[in-house]
Design a protein around this ligand. Structure first.
Ligand code: FMN
Length: 201
């Protein structure tokens, strides 16, 4: 499957084969594709995916997700969080091995971009989460899996269930597994010329 085919064949899957199990290695390998290759601003890798394997945790999350079956039936459930403080806490780990002038440039640029800017810190987590999620879903598709991106849940309730640290923000969840039904044909796509403008809005 090439990239365009993976993009075209990825659909938000509503029902998964609950009996299909993915090994820990398979889950890890899939996550690693996104961890190693998804882009992030300043390479700060804001994402902090939480893999939820415990059936009891899945049940609780499902309750907080208005009963959506994907949460319990998927072979893999990721609550995709991001670290709002990655720009400060990880900058030396990420850029510390670069040449001295590059380090100095990055430290200063990153500090100016994020310090004291709560909205920017949050926006960045959301951008990184979105890109990470799509990378993960396309990788899953390429490996014969279906997926569903999800934000239909009570964020505060899920935060409590997963014991989310204060400085983490939930972006969305991604369920991955073997779909059991054919997706509906794609509908309602907005016309190109209504959506895409050139040079100025
Ligand atoms: C951020 C986000 C949140 C979503 N939340 C849910 C969800 O909670 N439950 C669900 O069944 N689908 C969810 N979807 C899937 C969308 O409904 C779906 O992507 C859209 O209808 C287009 O269909 P397609 O992905 O099959 O092309 C979500 C999609 C995105 C991007």
């Amino acid at each position: 499957m090439n990239t365009i085919e993976a993009i075209q064949q990825r659909r938000a899957t509503k029902s998964f084969d609950a009996s299909h199990k993915m090994s820990a290695e398979e889950q890890k390998a899939l996550l690693n594709i996104a961890l190693q290759n998804a882009p992030s601003a300043f390479n700060l890798q804001h994402w902090r995916p939480l893999l939820v394997n415990d059936p009891a945790q899945r049940e609780k999350i499902r309750e907080a997700a208005w009963g959506q079956a994907q949460v319990t039936d998927a072979s893999m459930l990721v609550v995709l969080c991001g670290d709002l403080s990655s720009w400060e806490s990880q900058v030396k780990n990420i850029w510390g091995a670069a040449a001295e002038p590059v380090q100095q440039y990055m430290f200063s640029a990153i500090d100016q971009y994020y310090r004291g800017k709560a909205q920017t810190q949050r926006d960045e987590v959301m951008r990184s989460s979105g890109i990470f999620a799509q990378t993960l879903m396309l990788a899953a598709k390429a490996q014969g899996y279906d997926s569903c991106p999800m934000d239909g849940f009570d964020f505060d309730a899920v935060g409590k269930i997963i014991n989310k640290p204060e400085h983490y923000q939930i972006g969305l969840m991604v369920a991955i597994g073997k779909g059991t039904s054919q997706p509906y044909p794609r509908i309602g796509k907005l016309p190109f010329d209504d959506i895409v403008k050139v040079d100025r809005f």
